[in-house]
Structure formats: C-alpha cells, structure tokens
Design a protein. Sequence first.
Length: 460
Amino acid sequence: MRNRIILIGLIVAVWLGLKVVDCLFTGPELLLLLGIGIAIMVTHSLWLLNAQHKWRKRSNLLAKTQAPLRQALKLSGRPAGATAPLSSLGNESVWEPWIDIFIAAKNEARVIENTVRNMFKINYDNFVVWVIDDCSTDHTAAILENLQNEFPRLRLIKRAYGSHPGKSAALNEALPLSKGEVIAVFDADAYVAPDFFQLMLPVLEPEGIGAVQAQKRIYDYQKGFLVNCQASEYALDTYFQMGRDLIRGAVELRGNGQLVKRAALVDVGGWNNKAITDDLDLSMRLLVNHWDIRFCPHAYVWEEGVTTLKALMRQRCRWAEGSIRRYLDYIFPLNSPTRLSLVERLDTIAFTVLFVVPALMLLEVTSELIHFSTGLPTHGRLFAIISMIIFLISELNIFVAIKIYRNMSYWRTFLHSLEVSAYVYLHWIPCIVISLRQIMFGKQASTWHPTEHVGHSPAN
C-alpha cells in the first residue's frame, strides 16, 4: 500500500507539473520531460564512458610497466589477473577471513551437485558451504545428503514446510548458524574459478566496503539467439557496474557471486524477507547505511541463461518490479544528502530514468493517438526525433559494452548490438509497464519464483 501511494503520488505530481508547463508554455509537455530524460542519459553515459576509457588506458599502461610483478605473482601462486594485490607484493599480512558460502536451492536437482563440487575446488582454506534446501519436492535433499559424506565442510539446512517463501528468507535462516566474517552468496547453478576468493577479497578488505560483486557471465556452452542476447545484456550490466564503480556511484549486488561482510549484514538487519529481489533490496539498504559496494571485473561467476521467452518474461518482470519497488521503498533516504554522496545520488537518479523513460514514451504515444483521433495538433515528428535519440544513446552503450566485454570485431559488434537493442526494448518495456501496473493495482507484491535451471556440466 505504501508503494502504491508513493507511486500514485508521484504520477499525480508529474501530471500537475505538466499541466502547469502546458499552461505557461503551451507545448508538448511530455516531450519536455523526455528531453530532460535524454539530457540525463547522455550526461551519465558520457560520464561512465570517460571513466572506463581512462581506466582501460591506465590498466594497459600498468600491464606493461608491472609485467615483472605479475610474473612474480604467478610464480608465487597468486592470481596473475588480480590488480589490487600488486602494490602489496611482499606484504606478509594477507586478509584471509572465514567465509560462509550460502546457496539457496529449491528444486535444483539438475544443477546442485555440480555447483557444490565446484565450490570445493576453490583455492581457499577457511570456508564452509551452506546449502539451504527451500522445501524442495525433487531429489535435491537426497543429492545433498550423499554429498555430505564426501565433503565434511558441507552443511545442509532443510527449511520446514510453511516457512516464509523466497530466497531472502532462506538466506536469513542460515545467517545465525554461520560464523564467518564474510558471507558469499551463490545461485544453485553458479560456477567460479579456483582463484575467485583471491580476486574478490582484496577489493572487499578496506574499511567501509560492505560488499563486492563479481562479473556475471552466461555459460559458453549455451547457444541460441535468446541466450546470446542475454550474454550481451550481461556485458552491458558489467559495463554499467564497472563505470559506476569507477565514478564511486551506486554499484549494485546481483545475487550470484557476491561477498558481503557480516558486520554490514548485521548493521542493515540481514536480508529483507518481503523483497522479491533480495540483491537489489540489500544494495539499497547497504547504500543508505553508509556501506560502499564495489565491483570486481576480474572475478567471474558463470550461470545459466533462460532458454524460453516465457521464462525470460517471468524472470525479467520479477526483476523490474523488484527494482522499481526498491526505489519506492527507499525513496526518502536515497534523496537524503546525509545518507548518500552527491555522486551516488546523481548516479541513482540516472538509473531511475531508465524506468521512467519507457513509461513516459507510452504516455506520449497514447497522448498523440488521442490528439490525432480528436483532430488536435500532434507532435509526431518531434516525438520521432526524441525516440531516435534515446535509441542511439542505448545503442552506443550496448555497442561499447559488447566490444569491450565480449571482444567481437567492430562489424560483428555493430550487427549484434542492433539485435540486442531490439531484444532489450521488446521485452524490457512490457516488463516495466506490467510491473508498474502490478504495483499500482495489484493486491500485493508478486510472488517470488526461482528461475528454472536446465543443468549441464560446464567444462572444467
């Protein structure tokens, strides 16, 4: 009810503001808002692009000047890809906290064994693995019980039937039973390299850093148009996450491949059982409680992409609704200068625009149709220009992200970026509209549903 009131209040405030603008200037008032949105999108995109350009230029220079140090790291057994520990080579004081790995599993019999086995291949001594069986009705529990005989550091929690549903509640059930200084959260289909913690921990170690997120990738063995577009969509997410990290903006957790300090979790009260996107909600609460979140592009966590349109829409509608709800839940602290820095607030506003612009475009299309059918003047040409500018901005971001993080040729990147742009617009705009309708008119928030996993063995 609170989110509904806030959202309706915002819509009414925008409508009244547009009426005032229309009375004063007598023009296409919605297009004015879209123009402001474009200005924010352009400024933010250039900001992130410039930050990443400088970072890549500096990284290339460091790669040349510190080649001997990297060779020394390789000979000493440390990961050569880690940039953070380079300055501390020779420092005997290495942070090696106890880590509790949390994996929430609901009907994950197809993938859970491979994931558990992969966790115990991580090159790190101080950890245990907790798998929370969230009332599974398949063979998940039996598989885990057999694995316990093989891996003494595997802990199994069986949730009672009737427990509060959702990943957040499952993770909260494991939190008081664990003892680690760091909590690592993975999905049931996750796969990481043995040096995962060695890459992530140096980023998490500094005081004030509450969490760090790894780069998410789709398994290479998955093929098909839909999966290929998701892989590029993840590259776009990496591009944004990296840019936000470089400008010290509001980096977000992604629920898979994240490390969180216990102190930060305790400070914000653990996970929110009511959230349908546990990662985004936790990101907001860490942010408004003065905990920084960092992004580690060198550490990868692979996961399955969804293979059907129905599964994609179901997953993305949940993501969209959860993302909009978290902005509404924390709208007041997010805009407080005592909670967020100026950069964090500007960065958060820019990403909020991504949800506002599709709604404004839908309203403008509706307005233009009404004007056309009633004989009133329309502004179709101006709207077309604005729509083209928005498309070009998003196309540029997608092109750069694919080129950097999927390393395709320029021509292939251009053609594929057009495919991805169409894919993004065709499913995200309906998802955002559906989510807004659910928040405004639904009796309650959508029910949390896990993404169904197919289950294939990744190459080792």
